[in-house]
Design a protein around this ligand. Structure first.
Ligand SMILES: Cc1cc2nc3c(=O)[nH]c(=O)nc-3n(C[C@H](O)[C@H](O)[C@H](O)COP(=O)(O)OP(=O)(O)OC[C@H]3O[C@@H](n4cnc5c(N)ncnc54)[C@H](O)[C@@H]3O)c2cc1C
Length: 383
């Protein structure tokens, strides 16, 4: 029996652990630095059909129907005028049992955690050292434990400590010159046209997305991405983003970008800087990176979690079939997703009025163009 150590109990770590748990040839443990997984937060996540198809391998389709919302279109608005530009039918990429979904992030985590045997996740385990000799890996944790394993799966997020240890600190994520503003809003405070689907509102150096987080129709997730210059000192001081004065200054900036009714009714607001990956890190033969630790995309295509799940499935197949080809396919797909995420962010944030006019005109055509959609979205949503 092969021993697999997974570092990080985020979406990618939890999903890959679930896949290996079903296979009796492997013994898995997840090492998580925190003391628990927060299963209470109401923030949302969008998952596209490529990811739902894989989650269904763990019977995601049996989850309580009230917990998962299935949007049918993505609406595009212009933020300053609240004018609807056009909409995109996303049901084209759905199958009967496998539909574009939005839900609470905690619903997904809870689903993945509850399927694991209780001893699999070892909390309070922060990795400090990795030694890999003769294909035997030895891991040291801050709390003093030493663990030996045959495979190491690195799933410790965008600031991956494991990647820093293995690359001697040479690979670091880059600040994306933007901050994310995340919150919840009761749907009654949104215009009717923004309540029942995914709505993207585009503005100058800013866009925000709202979507329901369940099927009960009350709570809606709000996520805004604002272009922002930050100093190195601000970026290295995480408390800076929790300060009320910073939050108020951002709210002030948003006053001419979001309707006041939405801005004043946002709840549980949290601001954080967005970091993205610049390069791919190919680790040694029996060590693999997954999810954001492998590559973190700009959040404008809502693909991070979906790609985490997709890459976890590819890695699982690669290891059990002894193919040793994981990175080749993954890099091709990641480049595709990264390019689209960057393009989206560019298009969503255009400021120049003439360019805005052209963007809106082109968008109206593209959302109805089957050939374009099959290529731009189909190549990502259909795996
Ligand atoms: C603003 C924003 C909005 C987004 N919206 C969407 C969306 O709608 N849809 C979508 O698909 N994706 C979205 N994403 C992306 C998505 O959230 C991430 O890609 C995904 O959560 C990555 O999961 P992960 O498991 O790789 O990493 P994480 O979720 O970051 O998990 C890493 C885990 O590792 C643990 N850890 C860290 N360091 C150590 C250590 N040294 N030792 C042990 N454990 C450690 C952490 O505590 C954590 O539990 C969004 C991202 C952002 C920034």
């Amino acid at each position: 029996m092969k021993r697999i150590a997974i570092i990080g109990a985020g979406i990618s770590g939890l999903f890959v652990a679930n896949l290996f748990q079903k296979n009796k040839n492997y013994q898995i443990s997840i090492y998580e630095k925190k003391d628990s997984i927060d299963l209470n937060k109401g923030y949302g996540i969008q998952l596209s059909s490529n990811c739902i198809k894989l989650l269904n391998k763990l019977s995601f389709n049996t989850l309580d129907k009230d917990e998962v919302f299935n949007p049918t279109v993505i609406n595009f608005f212009q933020t300053n005028k609240e004018i609807k530009i056009c909409d995109l039918d996303i049901t084209k990429f759905n199958d009967e049992d496998c539909k574009y979904s939005s839900l609470k992030r905690s619903t997904l985590s809870k689903f993945l955690v509850e399927k694991l045997d209780s001893h699999v996740i070892k909390f309070n385990h922060e990795i400090t050292e990795i030694n890999n000799t003769d294909h035997k890996i030895s891991l040291n944790f801050k709390q003093g434990d030493v663990v030996n394993c045959d495979y190491l799966i690195i799933a410790d997020g965008v600031f991956s400590k494991c990647k820093s240890l293995l690359s001697s600190n040479t690979i670091k994520p880059k600040f994306n010159n933007s901050i994310a503003i995340r919150g919840l809003i009761d749907s009654e405070h949104l215009p009717k046209a923004k309540r029942d689907n995914v709505s993207i509102s585009m503005g100058s150096n800013f866009h925000y997305v709202v979507y329901p987080v369940d099927n009960k129709g009350q709570k809606t997730n709000f996520i805004g991405i604002l272009k922002e210059k930050l100093t190195q000192d601000q970026l290295s001081n995480y408390k800076f983003f929790d300060q009320g004065s910073y939050l108020n200054s951002i709210k002030e900036k948003l006053k001419n970008k979001i309707s006041i009714n939405i801005l004043e009714n946002l709840q549980d607001l949290k601001i954080f800087p967005v970091f993205v990956s610049e390069e791919f890190y190919k680790s040694e033969k029996n060590i693999f990176c997954l999810g954001d630790a492998f590559f973190a995309y700009p959040p404008s295509f809502a693909q991070g979690a979906s790609q985490s799940i997709e890459s976890a499935f590819e890695l699982y197949k690669d290891i059990i079939d002894e193919k040793n080809n994981f990175y080749n396919n993954r890099i091709i797909k990641s480049k595709r997703v990264n390019l689209r995420s960057k393009l989206n962010q560019f298009a969503f944030h255009i400021s120049n009025p003439l360019l805005v006019y052209i963007r809106n005109f082109v968008l109206k055509i593209l959302v109805k163009n089957k050939k374009f959609l099959d290529s731009y979205l189909g190549k990502v949503y259909k795996n």
